[in-house]
Design a protein around this ligand. Sequence first.
Ligand SMILES: Cc1cc2nc3c(=O)[nH]c(=O)nc-3n(C[C@H](O)[C@H](O)[C@H](O)COP(=O)(O)OP(=O)(O)OC[C@H]3O[C@@H](n4cnc5c(N)ncnc54)[C@H](O)[C@@H]3O)c2cc1C
Ligand code: FES
Length: 284
Amino acid sequence: MTNASSAPAGTPVLVPLAYRVVARRHETADVTTLRLSPVADAVAPGRPGQFNMLSAFGVGEAAISLSAAPDATGEVQHTIRDVGPVSHALCTSAPGDLVGVRGPFGTDWGVDDLGYGDTVVVAGGIGLAPLAGAIDVLAERRRYGGGRVFVAVGARNPDQVMLRAELGRWLAAGVRVRVTVDAAPAGFTGGVGLVTQLLPGLGFDPARTTALVCGPEVMIRFSVRALVDLGVPPGAVRVSLERNMQCGTALCGHCQLGPLLLCRDGPVVTWNDELATLLTENER
Ligand SMILES: Cc1cc2nc3c(=O)[nH]c(=O)nc-3n(C[C@H](O)[C@H](O)[C@H](O)COP(=O)(O)OP(=O)(O)OC[C@H]3O[C@@H](n4cnc5c(N)ncnc54)[C@H](O)[C@@H]3O)c2cc1C
Ligand code: FES
């Protein structure tokens, strides 16, 4: 995994650059995906797992992960859940509107390290968004003989399953995708249950697996436990952690978790005992 909270020389990280909304897709009732194109100068492309600070002008700024691998267009993609003032303004912005972007910040999933072993991706809720770019890369590699990729997705109910276009694309590329929901109406034919219940049946080889996990913290803790119980070494599990981000540049301390500043040392961190203790002590 690499840390790129220090963007390339010359890239402004404290001043947002103007981007225009060029496409908008409603994923669920409260989740929207935006494609943003630079008006003039662009931020560095970023790597899957990293985040940008997006500003809704006149409202405020929020940390939002890249939800697609960088491509030649120079556009960035973000998938946002409408939970408060900033995310609401972003989710309701229309094609043509301007949004501020600064970044990219933090560590990434390190997909360049993942080649020929198995990769298991475990996503809960909006946690699929920060993982989507990594799955894009791994799916493309799989198409050309790369290692096996398993994706387990948990959502609250069938209406909350997001990034359906991506799920279909990954399946077509040979990724084994399984989706489960916490609760479903009568007659639902898909999987019902917690995302951890999908893990034993996925068919990966634990000893040669790297796992990428993102979602609510409680889901992360239970997923890591389930993976380790299945034989995945703790050091082969990477998780993405969220804390309140303000500066994104390791200056303000808002994102501190024990000795870590998660805008710099995270959001993607390798699992270890110290992290398990920190998360239990700072439960959220
Ligand atoms: C590194 C990182 C990556 C993120 N990536 C995404 C993403 O890809 N898509 C996305 O929708 N959101 C993402 N978030 C969460 C997003 O930054 C928050 O939801 C943001 O604070 C929303 O701002 P707001 O003004 O709309 O709501 P606020 O007024 O800040 O908060 C509204 C509600 O959301 C809760 N909340 C605020 N921040 C968080 C948080 N970090 N985690 C959980 N609950 C929170 C508050 O407690 C409150 O209940 C990410 C956060 C971090 C730190
Ligand atoms: S957001 Fe990490 S130090 Fe300011």
